[in-house]
Design a protein around this ligand. Structure first.
Ligand code: XMP
Length: 529
């Protein structure tokens, strides 16, 4: 996702909130599934962190167990990840997954070679060694997901095979005398039916990690930490109306009450009535919030601009100016609160596995300039989106607020193609309102990940009464997705589309044609820009 300010946020002192005991380390070798391992572990109410293989923390004392991820590499390649595990192996419970399993074999007296058949997809697991706590509760013939072209031909020294599949003899092994386990398949993907059970066996039965990481526990520890860190200082936070900034604000509010100063800016590109409604909601939650209507300033900055990136920059700059002016009014503010979440900050190993770790820039109210001289506090920095929702729910935020569709920072500016005028914003707000209210009325809103309308730079002929019209065309878009990286269009009922289309053309002056976008991402994107 792009940062609406158009650049990565500058480095400031980041306060990490890591109160967690019973922490698990996931060492990332660049697999597409690494984040999924973390998700599954967290679903077990166990806290974990992902670190790139080439940034092994020096102090490992807080980690109770370590998991090695898969990788697109072959362990036999010279440029493949080959970290020194001497501080881990035999010293902490260790689980190697796919590449991780091969890595443990290759460097400890075993042999890894190319498999005769490239194994990709489903396989049936057969337990070759009974009574292993690691495989307790896993049924014979359980489906597992394979994705590898190398195979372990000979186990490392001291290892015993504990599971096989039809094509992979050494699908699972254990190294005697230590808590080291390895599996060739991927327990983290849903297609591995008992995958989560295996992770639980390893982490709970073998490593003795406690399953104490619940949303309630997170709220308690985070609030205590925030109190200790911030003390009597003042914190400024930009609310966007979205889930992340709202949950971050609620946590901070619990910790420091009125010393949290929230600023909610109307950039004139929000949904119809959103500014007043959301502001009211924030006030109802007891937040110390100031609504700043800067619509005219944003629309001025956008006048005559058609290029999407230029629009983003204009909005970003205007936001910084408004936010800076407002924060100056809060005397003695020391901190900037942000709703940054984990996927925004995970350092993932690049696909080539080289040491060049990439950090995704985030799209929250990041990118504020250094001159603001504030320390940054990010209470959601270690949470996935669904965890943010669970934390929000545990603090009593309404399901309606927590279930809101994502909405881009630049708002309707990237849904109006071409230049932006107050009239075009009005038209699109009306159209969007009919569409979104319709989704709610028809019980479809929660079945859709994101929805909105685009105003196209196209006029076409129509007839209304006896008159020929030459008016605007709008495109409706509704997608299913989990993270916005890929998306599929939603098969909305024809009757619904018919009703919404009728309503739009009859009620919104200036529109005479409605189309529905049936493109998936990739190759299309969600926004039209
Ligand atoms: P695309 O259009 O890239 O959108 O498929 C993926 C997700 O990102 C959102 N999006 C943005 N969010 N600033 C944001 O804060 C932006 O500039 C921006 N552009 C796209 C989009 O709404 C979707 O959820």
């Amino acid at each position: 996702m792009r940062n609406f300010i158009g650049k990565a946020s500058p480095k400031k002192e980041i306060v990490l909130l890591l109160p967690m005991q019973n922490n698990v380390l996931i060492l990332d070798f660049g697999s597409q599934y690494t984040q999924l391992i973390a998700r599954r572990v967290r679903e077990l109410n166990i806290y974990c962190e992902i670190k790139p293989y080439n940034k092994l923390p020096e102090d490992l004392s807080s980690y109770k167990a370590v998991i090695l991820s898969g990788s697109p590499h072959s362990v036999r390649a010279d440029d493949a990840p080959h970290p020194d595990l001497s501080q881990i192996r035999g010293k902490k419970p260790l689980l190697g997954v796919c590449y991780g399993a091969q890595y443990l074999a290759h460097f400890h007296g075993g042999e890894v070679g190319q498999s005769n058949t490239r194994e990709y997809g489903r396989a049936k697991l057969s337990m070759v060694k009974e009574g292993e706590a690691f495989l307790e509760g896993v049924s014979e013939g359980s489906q597992v997901w394979m994705s590898h072209s190398d195979t372990i031909k000979q186990l490392p020294e001291g290892a015993v095979c504990i599971a096989s599949t039809h094509d992979v003899e050494n699908a699972g092994y254990r190294i005697g005398g230590e808590d080291t386990y390895a599996i060739q398949f991927h327990p983290e993907v849903y297609h591995s039916t008992d995958g989560k059970k295996i992770l639980e066996n390893f982490l709970v039965k073998i490593a003795g990690v406690a399953q104490t990481w619940t949303p309630d526990a997170f709220v308690d520890t985070t609030v205590a930490e925030l109190k200790a860190k911030i003390g009597e200082d003042r914190v400024i936070l930009g609310l966007s109306g979205g889930v992340d900034s709202t949950v971050a604000a609620t946590l901070l509010h619990k910790a420091i009450g009125k010393n949290l100063y929230c600023i909610f800016v109307n950039n004139g590109l929000l949904r119809k009535n959103e500014f007043t409604q959301v502001l009211k909601q924030y006030e109802g939650m007891g937040l110390n919030v100031k609504g700043v209507d800067a619509s005219a300033r944003f629309l001025d900055a956008l006048a005559g601009e058609s290029d999407p990136e230029t629009k983003r920059k204009a909005i970003g700059n205007a936001f910084i100016e408004v936010f800076d002016n407002e924060s100056k009014l809060v005397t003695n503010a020391k901190w900037l609160g942000q709703g940054t979440i984990y996927p925004d900050v995970i350092e993932s190993v690049s696909a080539t596995g080289g040491p060049s770790a990439t950090i995704k820039s985030h799209h929250n109210v990041g990118g504020l300039p250094d001159f603001m001289k504030l320390q940054v506090v990010e209470p959601l920095r270690m949470l996935f989106k669904d965890e943010v929702r669970r934390v929000g729910a545990s603090m009593g935020l309404s399901p309606e607020l927590l279930g809101r569709h994502p909405f881009p920072g630049p708002g309707l500016a990237i849904r109006i193609l071409g230049d932006i005028t107050p009239e075009k914003v009005r038209i699109l707000q009306e159209v969007d309102h009919i569409f979104i209210s319709g989704l709610r009325e028809w019980g479809l809103y929660d079945k859709v990940w994101q929805a909105g309308a685009m105003l196209l730079p196209v006029n076409s002929v129509g007839v209304m009464g006896d008159e020929r019209t030459y008016e605007k065309c709008v495109a409706l878009r509704a997608v299913e997705s989990t993270d916005g990286m890929t998306a599929d269009w939603v098969n909305l009922p024809y009757e619904f589309l018919q009703k919404v289309s009728n309503d739009i053309i009859n009620k919104v002056k200036g529109v005479n044609r409605v189309v529905y976008d049936i493109s998936s991402k990739p190759p299309a994107t969600i926004e039209w820009e």
